[in-house]
Design a binder for this molecule. Structure first.
Ligand SMILES: [Zn+2]
Length: 439
């Protein structure tokens, strides 16, 4: 390559490592669990790094103006740190590149209502709902699907609460690989279901919840030799790390004090945490931001373990209306815990009422998000009230999915039905009169 960086052509050059027992497997392996039961991690941090911090920053900045090639993507822009995969393998559609909205109480626009509500002067929303299929999943999927294609997978599959299946279906169509999605019957939001149908994935309804669907897809994939693209696949998490790199880049490499995120299957907690730690290690930022992982109180095994000083970990029966984090047996528990510890992070929980009250604020500001996304801001609000986050600290909250993902859960408001047009116009005029600023 012209920039002197060495990119990987042979997938076998990557190594999967078990954090529990130290066993390794080749990067071409289709099994993502070590014999000891622990999901494998992708060994990335040991890959040779040939660039100085200044050179890396200059390279990332230059790629912002690329008009062709995979580096237009907000994932592959950071490929040295996300995954140094060679161009010929990459299946990409300019994913990432998501906005970072300034909504802190110190801002001057109406969006500051969100910062006032959360109690934070400098609050940013990293809106991952702006990805091609409307959720952060596309960042992991571009990497996972690239590997699937490079390995010649005959089919790809995932279990999903909805966002992963939408992303898998879209990227599989682009790669020309048949897709199977295992969905908990009757528990997937309409917008997400519509996507995987439209993008042509074969859908398999599983009786039970996400955790049941996950168990089924793992056993079927192994038996039929189908490439599994759940977040147990370590390449997916490598792509998700780019959320961390991109938000730090957008803040001009000034580390925020906190990064808050919804916590369900815990892949993002692990991936974003790893990115923050890595960015500090290579000198892109001066200090590691603290992670705040936020669970729904009715799907909170990670919070329970944290509150018990990590003494134990027990799956729960999950029952939150925030369907994207309605997960009782998170796959990435151990990696996520390691990242909470490495970032001096915290885990908290919020009720469904808090999630939906917060979503209403985000929706009314004209930004909007799916219910699970609002957990991050609701968690920030709670942590400010508990004195864990100081009002003057800088906080980035991750919004994971688009408001249209879950249209039934959009904040309710009564339609003005039955009125005559003239009555309606008078009512609107009165409303405008009442809300107009006094000169
Ligand atoms: Zn092991």
């Amino acid at each position: 390559m012209s920039d002197g960086m060495t990119y990987i052509h042979d997938i076998g050059q990557f190594t999967l490592v078990c954090a529990n027992c130290g066993a390794t497997a080749a990067g071409t392996s289709k099994r993502f669990r070590c014999a000891c039961g622990t999901p494998f991690d992708l060994s990335l941090d040991t890959l040779a790094q040939d660039a100085t911090v200044e050179a890396l920053r200059a390279r990332f900045a230059a790629r912002l103006s690329a008009l062709s090639g995979p580096e237009r993507s907000g994932v592959w822009r950071y490929r040295e740190l996300a995954l140094p995969l060679a161009d010929e393998h990459i299946v990409s559609r300019q994913e990432g590149n998501t906005p970072l909205y300034a909504v802190g109480a110190a801002e001057r626009e109406a969006w500051r209502s969100i910062g006032v509500y959360a109690g934070v002067e400098a609050l940013y929303l990293k809106h991952e709902g702006h990805n091609p299929t409307g959720s952060f999943k596309d960042r992991g999927m571009t990497v996972g699907m690239s590997i699937a294609k490079a390995l010649g997978a005959r089919a790809v599959a995932c279990a999903s609460t909805g966002n992963t299946s939408a992303s898998l279906a879209a990227y599989a169509a682009q790669a020309g690989i048949p897709a199977l999605v295992f969905l908990p019957a009757g528990k997937v939001a309409t917008g997400k279901l519509a996507q995987s149908v439209a993008y042509g994935a074969r859908q398999i309804a599983v009786a039970g919840d996400f955790d049941d669907a996950m168990r089924q897809v793992e056993s079927v994939a192994e038996r039929l030799g189908i490439y599994l693209l759940n977040s147990i696949n370590p390449y997916r998490l490598a792509g998700q790390r780019s959320i961390g790199y991109e938000l730090l880049h957008q803040l001009q490499w000034q580390a925020p004090d906190w990064v808050a995120l919804p916590a369900g299957n815990l892949g993002n907690t692990a991936a974003i945490g790893a990115a923050l730690v890595r960015a500090a290690e290579v000198g892109l930022i001066a200090r590691v931001p603290r992670l705040a992982a936020v669970q729904a109180a009715r799907a909170n095994p990670f919070y329970q373990s944290y509150a018990d000083q990590w003494r134990g970990f027990a799956p729960v029966h999950a029952s939150t209306r925030a369907s994207a984090i309605n997960i009782g047996a998170p796959v990435s528990y151990a990696r996520a815990r390691a990242m909470i510890e490495a970032t001096r992070g915290v885990v908290t929980e919020v009720t469904d009422d808090e999630i939906f009250a917060t979503k209403a604020r985000i929706d009314r500001a004209g930004i909007g998000c799916e219910p699970a996304s609002a957990a991050s801001v609701a968690g920030v609000r709670r942590l400010v009230r508990e004195g864990v986050i100081a009002p003057g600290e800088t906080v980035v909250a991750i919004l994971t999915g688009h408001v249209l993902k879950d249209p039934e859960q959009a904040t309710a408001s009564e339609p003005e039905a039955g009125a005559e047009v003239s009555d309606l116009l008078r009512a609107i005029a009165e409303t405008l009169q009442a809300s107009s600023p006094r000169a």
